[in-house]
Design a binder for this molecule. Structure first.
Ligand SMILES: [Fe+2]
Length: 302
């Protein structure tokens, strides 16, 4: 069910406003009237952030951005992360992490044959990312979509007994777990991540995460990154993650974004999960630029 409700979010004096049109089942909105280049008034920025917190995924279509533009806009939301896989960042803009199957100008985009699991970005950091921005530079004719799951609506839809049982559980997120998962799905891609593992040791994150700004709870599920849930046996831990990810990724909680060149999508890592669909990498090119807003606080449950 796609909603077409358009609302105007007005600022302090009511003169400037962005327009918001919800496009996903429970979340996701297309934004018009938001300047991405150059100056942005504090009022518009406040509206944009309010829309992000309310809709969790924002789409700004029809842009023509270079990496510097993306970095400048992204910095309005806070300091940016430098991705742990340095080789996939742009030499001139280390804040830009490249995803796809393109190599150019000293950069090799991060390519995993499109095989990905549902996740929120940088959950292996003690302070995980607040939000990510993804810009479509080269889009394949088919495939390479990004799917988003509304982990906030999914939490709210759980029965009270399940909520009581899982609220307060701690999951251990580990880059090493992710590396092993990646090797199983991409046997030809071996990477030396010993330095990364030293910088990012396994870290506990709440399974039910409270949003750092709104306090809204959501399911913080990254099956390829979570090694186990504390206080549960290995089978019980794996079963619980499987049950919760199946619940969260039902069609009623999912929005699939079919990219057009020039789309900018910003999502709230504290509220949604995402993953990619496959594309034919032997026929098509894909290049996406990502910036990642650093987290301001550890993802502690309240
Ligand atoms: Fe991601």
């Amino acid at each position: 069910m796609n909603q077409v409700t358009a609302v105007k979010l007005t600022g302090g004096d009511g003169d400037e406003a962005i327009a918001v049109r919800q496009i996903g089942p429970t979340f996701g909105a297309e934004i018009t009237g938001m300047p991405i280049h150059g100056d942005v008034s504090p009022e518009l920025l406040t509206q944009f952030i309010a829309a992000l917190h309310r809709y969790r995924v924002l789409i700004v279509p029809g842009l023509d951005l270079d990496p510097g533009d993306l970095v400048a806009f992204s910095r309005r939301f806070g300091p940016l992360e430098i991705h742990a896989r340095f080789q996939n960042t742009l030499p001139k803009h280390r804040e830009v992490f490249c995803v796809g199957n393109v190599e150019r100008d000293g950069m090799t985009a991060s390519f995993s044959r499109g095989v990905e699991q549902w996740h929120a970005d940088s959950s292996y950091r003690a302070k995980p990312s607040d939000a990510s921005l993804f810009y479509a530079e080269i889009v394949p004719d088919e495939g390479g979509d990004t799917m988003f799951a509304d982990a906030t609506a999914a939490w709210r839809a759980l029965d009270p007994e399940t909520r009581r049982r899982i609220d307060g559980l701690q999951a251990v997120h580990s880059l090493e777990t992710l590396r092993l998962w990646g090797e199983r799905h991409n046997p030809d891609r071996k990477s030396d991540v010993s330095a990364q593992n030293a910088e990012f040791p396994p870290i506990r994150q709440p399974l039910v995460r409270a949003h750092p700004a709104t306090g809204a709870k959501s399911l913080y599920l990254c099956p390829a990154v979570i090694s186990h849930i504390e206080d549960l046996g290995p089978n019980e831990s794996a079963d619980l993650i499987e049950t919760l990810i199946m619940h969260t990724t039902q069609a009623r909680f999912v929005y699939n974004h079919r990219w057009r060149k020039g789309d900018l999508v910003m999502w709230d890592n504290s509220a949604v999960l995402h993953t990619a669909t496959l594309f034919d990498h032997t026929r098509y090119q894909r290049l996406m630029y990502r910036t990642t807003i650093a987290g301001n606080a550890p993802a502690l449950a309240d």
